[in-house]
Design a protein around this ligand. Structure first.
Ligand code: PMV
Length: 331
């Protein structure tokens, strides 16, 4: 049965990163990765199948989606339609509560929300694992925005990608950390993660293969630190992993440098705060903004310190949240 359906999916931040693909069409990673789910920051998407439409149409934050974005959306919808045995196109509308293209992955929540809403709209009853695989085909990190809490994305081995999915390893209550996003005031990022990963592959950076090996070890160390709720151990692996990813990019030819001066100042600020006793650590995605995880009792002091760094536009605050879910129609 075709019906209008709406879903919210949260954004996620990788604690150990996905940076390197074994398949650039299916978004199959070379290594596993681990993420934390952000509570309120994400995407709400409404999907309305409509037999009168000759093409899918999508509005994102009240603007028509560009052709490149539409190609990715159609890829996800076509898989769903094939399974549902229908050709009917859809009208889609999506609203982001994540600032786009600032090193915060709005594509992760967008494709997870799309997978959940569209599969319901086309009458499919998919498991969390199937939804994760489906979301991954739109954007790799979207695989991790279905489950919620602390999430592990298995790299998988099969060529069709059906064993490359993400699942929750700890729920949001296990370690209810605060998550601060220090948004660096610069223009939109210049190199998307899709482009960046294409540029930064084996053969172009002497560090690349070592980076992929490191990720395999870091996922295990990170999961242990989360299990033990050990911030010192978490800081070692999370910060080390992010710095190693950026080192791999910087050693690329041509080099990829996402950092701005405030990015470096934020790194030093977090290390200083930790030396002074605050339980916190940082990570950085393919952008200049810095994400800080901290214990609730330290959140105010850490946030104030980050906000005082010159060049910081704002400090967003959220917590570890649950996974993607169907919601009442937003109208
Ligand atoms: O899923 P994409 O193409 O947006 O890639 C995300 C890449 C990083 O954010 C840099 C790392 C990650 O694991 O999220």
């Amino acid at each position: 049965m075709l019906q209008r359906a709406a879903a919210f999916a949260p954004s996620n931040i990788a604690l150990t990163k996905y940076w390197g693909k074994r398949d650039h069409v299916l978004n199959l990673p070379l290594a596993p990765s681990l993420s934390v789910t952000l509570a309120e920051l994400g995407t709400l998407t409404v999907v309305a199948p409509n037999p009168d439409l000759s093409e899918d149409v999508m509005m994102v934050d009240d603007q028509e989606l560009d052709p490149a974005g539409m190609t990715k959306v159609r890829r996800v919808l076509d898989v769903i339609r094939q399974r549902a045995g229908t050709q009917v196109k859809a009208g889609l509308r999506s609203v982001n509560t994540v600032p786009t293209a600032r090193g915060l992955a709005s594509s992760a929540s967008a494709f997870a929300a799309l997978a959940v809403a569209a599969s319901k709209a086309y009458g499919l009853d998919l498991s969390e694992r199937e939804l994760s695989v489906l979301a991954r085909t739109g954007s790799g990190s979207a695989a991790r925005s279905v489950a919620g809490g602390y999430v592990l994305w298995h790299a998988g081995e099969s060529q069709d990608g059906n064993d490359s999915y993400a699942e929750r390893v700890f729920d949001s209550e296990h370690w209810p950390l605060k998550i601060l996003v220090a948004v660096v005031a610069d223009q939109k990022k210049k190199v998307s993660s899709t482009q960046g990963m294409k540029m930064n592959a084996a053969g172009t950076s002497p560090l690349f293969n070592a980076w992929i090996d490191q990720c395999q070890r870091d996922v295990v160390a990170c999961q242990n630190a989360l299990r033990d709720k050990n911030m010192r151990a978490l800081a070692e692996v999370v910060e080390g992993n992010a710095l190693a990813m950026h080192a791999t990019m910087m050693a690329n030819r041509p080099p990829l440098l996402y950092w701005q001066a405030p990015t470096v100042a934020l790194i030093h600020a977090v290390r200083r705060l930790r030396d002074e006793g605050a339980e916190c650590c940082f990570t950085i995605d393919a952008g200049s903004s810095v994400v800080v995880l901290c214990e609730a009792q330290d959140a105010r002091a850490v946030s104030d310190e980050l906000a005082s760094v010159p060049g910081i536009e704002e400090v967003l605050q959220t917590r570890v949240g649950g996974g993607a879910r169907l919601v009442g129609d937003a109208g």
